[in-house]
Each structure stands twice: as C-alpha cells, then as structure tokens.
Write a new protein. Structure first.
Length: 174
C-alpha cells in the first residue's frame, strides 16, 4: 500500500484485498448498496477515478464500507440504533443507482455493516454504553429499518461487532 499514488488532497479511506474475479460491494450512508466487478476498477497505475463516475450517488452520499462479495450474512446498522441481519446475495445491485436495503428514519444515517462470524453481537454507543446479545435474537430481513439494537437518549450508535463467545472481545480504536 505504500506505493499507491493519490491526487493532491486525496488519501486512503478503504483498502480491500480482492481477486480480479470478485464483486465488490459498496455500502453508503443512505442505506444503498452498489456492486462493481473488481476487474472494472481503474488499474493501480493511475490515480484512480471518483466513485461518482461509476455510481449514481445522491446529494452528499458517502460510502461507509467496502468489502468483496461472499456467501453469508452481514449485520446492517444505522446511527439511531436500528439494525438487522441480511443474506449477502440480497445486497447485490444490478444498476448504477444501487439497491436500497436499509431504510432510514428522518435524520438518521447508515453507520456500519459487519460480517456475521460469531455468536454474539456487541453494540456500542457514543455514550460509552455497550450491550451484548446472541446474534440469533437479531431478525433476518431482506430490507427495511430493522429492530432496536440499543436505545439512545443522549447519543448514537458508534459501532457494532460480531464476536465469538470463546474468543472474547477486542476493539481497534481509530
């Protein structure tokens, strides 16, 4: 990654390891998923192209997560504490305008998506409160708002993580 060149003022936000045959999923803060074949990405020799040339992004829409497609499940969550599980094949979008999967309340934004590898879901709020519960209690949906993961009076959802009970929990602070 040290050899990657950027335009003046640009910097790395996501670095994803993928094969040229992989599909890459992009998750936006408005709850949309976009799909792109990794072979259609610009080569590493130039300085890249803006995502707005590849997708039809809405006003000030930002990408909050990128990952290669895999068969499995992920948990989606918004900053107001709502979320659900979804099968990854339901996230694939066939158009440049994307596919809305996470519906949002007024003023809310999509916060994160994590892979379901484990048996517990840890939900952390900006108010430094954490709740941990079995992932089996979280409903699986194809799309929608989801259920309340944690309520917030004076904060918002900061992060979620799927963990294995026998391994415990650790968090990378950024």
């Amino acid at each position: 990654t040290s050899e990657i060149k950027y335009r003046e003022g640009d910097k790395a936000k996501f670095i994803v390891h993928a094969k040229s045959t992989d599909k890459i999923l992009f998750f936006s803060d408005m709850g949309y998923f976009f799909t792109l074949k990794s072979s259609n990405l610009p080569s590493g020799r130039g300085v890249g192209e803006p995502l707005s040339k590849m997708f039809e992004l809405r006003n000030n829409e930002k990408i909050v997560n990128i990952f290669p497609y895999f068969d499995g499940k992920v948990v989606l969550a918004s900053n107001d504490g709502l979320g659900f599980q979804v099968i990854t094949k339901n996230l694939l979008a066939s158009t440049k305008s994307g596919k809305r999967v996470l519906n949002l309340n007024e003023g809310a934004i999509a916060k994160t998506v994590v892979q379901c590898v484990g048996d517990l879901l840890a939900v952390v709020g900006s108010n430094r409160k954490m709740v941990i519960f079995p992932i089996s209690e979280l409903p699986e949906q194809n799309k929608g708002k989801g259920v309340i993961l944690q309520r917030y009076k004076d904060g918002f959802l900061s992060d979620i993580k799927v963990i294995k009970k026998e391994e415990g929990i650790s968090w990378d602070m950024q």
